[in-house]
Design a protein around this ligand. Structure first.
Ligand SMILES: C[S@@+](CC[C@H](N)C(=O)[O-])C[C@H]1O[C@@H](n2cnc3c(N)ncnc32)[C@H](O)[C@@H]1O
Length: 312
């Protein structure tokens, strides 16, 4: 179960790697992007890697921190990227890469509970050592709230109908497997089946985003990236979902123009106004070849920004 890194060359080029620089790969996954960054570093360069998934971190340690493969340039942290501030000194980083979403090993392993294609425990946590699983959440959540989550994070128009079907089922017996949930959703959604997309696609995506607090994580890491980046440091973010991409785009725009929704009497307002990021180029999308070779890349968008000299 390997992972094909998405827009590998584009993302690494966007970081404009300086051989002696310090970089953060905030979403190590299976290390495709990290490996390309390391290749471009001198013996003085540094790479910090993070991932909230213990299996991703295990792979990183095997590759860079054990036996003959110890590479002292690479530091590895098991952590959600919202905690970037705990691991990185202010203005230390020459580049941050954030490749959002889930990795192929997470999606393809039925034990992780992300996929409706294969049966497994209904888990969906990127870090199975923390927080509530999808099954635990579904067992207790209010039906209206469940509908709201499915609508908001899945853009699913049938969210109420689906939530009511889930509620009816859970009153009879707990929903503990991905196949059960996929089947409940499939039976709840009226109309002809769409051959291209399983009817549970949006519901699974919504619950995953909610269970992992994915949007809150993105909001926090973006805000904290400003302090972590050195002047002229680069931020490269790959999103797979329109909600994520909108957040990234608006964040870059706000940081560029210095517009912020902070009260005007805060002293920081004047500094933010100067603009702390500069957009680098336009949004980048995968090539047709890449989409053909790796269909999971099809919804990806890469945005790049550079830290200005204005320190806040
Ligand atoms: C698309 S994969 C990254 C693939 C990686 N670039 C590669 O080339 O192998 C996304 C990874 O980000 C991790 N991840 C997602 N959200 C995270 C968060 N909030 N904090 C830390 N890691 C996160 C997931 O566990 C997953 O391993």
């Amino acid at each position: 179960m390997s992972h094909s890194p998405v827009m590998l060359n584009e993302a690494v080029a966007g970081l404009a790697i300086k051989p002696n620089g310090t970089y953060l790969d905030a979403t190590y996954g299976r290390g495709g992007h990290s490996a390309e960054i390391v290749k471009r570093l001198s013996t003085e360069g540094k790479l910090i890697v993070m991932d909230r998934d213990p299996l991703a971190i295990k792979e990183a340690r095997q590759r860079y921190a054990t036996g003959d493969s110890i590479d002292s340039r690479v530091t590895i942290h098991h952590s959600p990227f919202s905690k970037i501030g705990s691991y990185v000194v202010e203005h230390q980083l020459d580049g941050i890469l954030i490749d959002l979403g889930v990795s192929s090993p997470q999606l393809d392993n039925p034990e992780r509970g992300f996929s409706f294609m294969q049966d497994g425990p209904l888990d969906m946590r990127m870090d199975q050592t923390a927080g509530e699983s999808a099954a635990e959440w579904i067992a207790v959540v209010d039906t209206e709230e469940m509908a709201r989550v499915i609508w908001k994070y899945g853009d699913e128009r049938q969210s109420r109908r689906i939530a009511r079907a889930i509620d009816r089922f859970r009153q009879e017996s707990p929903i503990t497997t991905t196949a059960e949930l996929a089947d409940i959703v499939k039976r709840a959604v009226p109309g002809k089946p769409n051959r291209k997309r399983h009817p549970a696609t949006k519901t699974f995506q919504a619950i995953r985003i909610y269970i992992n607090s994915e949007l809150e994580e993105i909001e926090t890491v973006l805000e904290n990236s400003i302090a972590a980046l050195a002047p002229k440091g680069r931020l490269a973010v790959i999103s797979f979902h329109s909600l994520e991409d909108r957040m990234v785009k608006q964040f870059i725009r706000r940081s560029e123009k210095g517009e912020d929704d902070m009260p005007l009497d805060l002293p920081i307002q004047s500094m933010v106004k100067d603009g702390v990021l500069r957009r680098v180029g336009k949004a980048i999308f995968p090539s047709e070849d890449e989409i053909y070779n790796n269909p999971r890349s099809r919804s990806a968008v890469l945005r790049i920004a550079e830290r200005t000299d204005e320190l806040v």
